[in-house]
Design a protein around this ligand. Sequence first.
Ligand code: NDP
Ligand code: MG
Length: 390
Amino acid sequence: MKSVSILGATGSIGDSTLAIMRRHPDKFNIHSLSAHKNTAKLIKLVEEFKPMHVVVTDESAYLTVKSAIKRTEIQVHSGADVLNEIVVDDEVDLVVAGIVGNAGMDSVLSAVQAGKTLLLANKESIVAAGALVMPLAQKTGARIVPLDSEHNAIYQCLGGTYQVGTHPKDVSSITLTASGGPFWNKSQSEFSMITPDQAVAHPKWDMGAKISVDSATLMNKGLEIIEAHWLFNMPNDEIKVVVHPQSIVHSMVNFLDGSVLAQMGCPDMQIPISHGLGLGERLSNDADFLDLIALGRLTFFEADMEKFTCLQLARDAMIAGGTAAAILNAANEVNVAAFLAGQIRFDQIGSYSAKILNQIAVVPVESLSQLKALDIEVRRKTLACINSVK
Ligand code: NDP
Ligand code: MG
């Protein structure tokens, strides 16, 4: 039995993780569940899974949850800081990092500090704090298992002896596949008219709102380049991107003898999450099996970096190093929220993020407190930028 802490249990990653837990009650028990605001869903999940601990990170939502949970053996906690105590509990074997955005950074670092096995979906924490997370994992022996489908695909292709954080042996490059999102065929001149509803309607993946918008701007692929750089210890020129609209090949590893290994499957996050939770053992799940004959053909295209400016922006931030990726990541998060709230246009997500990246000096990453202060500064400046042009 593995004891699992699921952070962001009410989200899309939480849904997929819990669907696998439902199938394998003999293998997992739920140590803890966290949510931010979605009290109704959290209460239902607590009734079903009966975790030992429940964390409501939005303090204003705490009382609703606390008063609904009558079982005295279940402890209900309030506030984001508690996550740091929960993930380091001796009883926890696996931590699923499924919180969206920079809010997931602290708990990821705490889990790594405690040497836990971290199943990582929250890519933003690695993008911003990879320079802290990866050396810390090496020091504490924490095992990081990527859940992001592309990174999980590469991890699967690298085989059981590969250790995340090291440059893979005999590998010349990796190729991340991108679906291209819903606007792959739209002309750039139409980008200013795109609505939030159109942007969150991803053609292949069913995901939370923020990552869906990131997929539509291709910032998601940009963040994934940076995520791959940290997880696989690879430089910019060894990380390629190819657009593959069917989202069946989830990524590829190119070995120096010309062999290419790819991982395939239907676009369903239960597949990479099952792989992560299984830690070497294959677990059944609700995802469909792949039917290549029904699909007929798989296609691949070059990514249009001029049209999808966010992809280039992220690559440039990675090359710049230091705090550049953290700045871009935080600015993007604020701009995506403003776009979803109808405050800025789709094309402004990239242009405002670029503007903020130019406004703030890039320095080496030194500490979590530095990154937290930077996050506050970037948020303030991005909001000022949004408000000044409204
Ligand atoms: P969702 O928006 O569906 O869920 C986000 C989760 O985080 C919810 O449980 C939410 O709680 C919680 N949350 C939101 N804000 C905060 C906060 N300030 N503090 C603490 N918790 C918070 O997101 P996804 O599940 O789609 O994505 C989660 C992460 O996984 C992201 O980093 C994303 O990039 C990554 N990922 C997701 C994939 C997917 O298929 N969805 C694929 C690959 C990576 P509540 O619901 O209560 O508000
Ligand atoms: Mg992905």
